[in-house]
Design a protein around this ligand. Structure first.
Ligand SMILES: [Zn+2]
Length: 81
């Protein structure tokens, strides 16, 4: 297991111990960067990020925030190239 995986696992373990089955908007927001990262890389979502995905399906407000973040990331990529 790489150092990154180990770090990610500890974050997930911590998140799972803290998070109930459903997460709120504040929790969701904390995971946005990681969620957007996985989304753009096409990587498999770890459990807490799947919860974020489930929340996004129900929460138009957070979905809007995520779209803005994704747009911002796209713009950054364009600028850096
Ligand atoms: Zn929300």
């Amino acid at each position: 297991m790489s150092e990154r995986d180990t770090k990610l696992k500890s974050v997930i373990d911590m998140a799972l111990s803290v998070l109930p089955h459903e997460i709120g908007c504040d929790d969701c927001f904390d995971y946005f960067a990681a969620y957007a990262d996985h989304l753009t890389n096409g990587a498999a979502m770890p459990e807490p990020l799947r919860l974020v995905g489930e929340h996004l399906e129900r929460c138009a407000c957070c979905m809007e925030e995520l779209q803005l973040l994704l747009e911002a990331m796209k713009t950054q990529n364009k600028v850096s190239r």
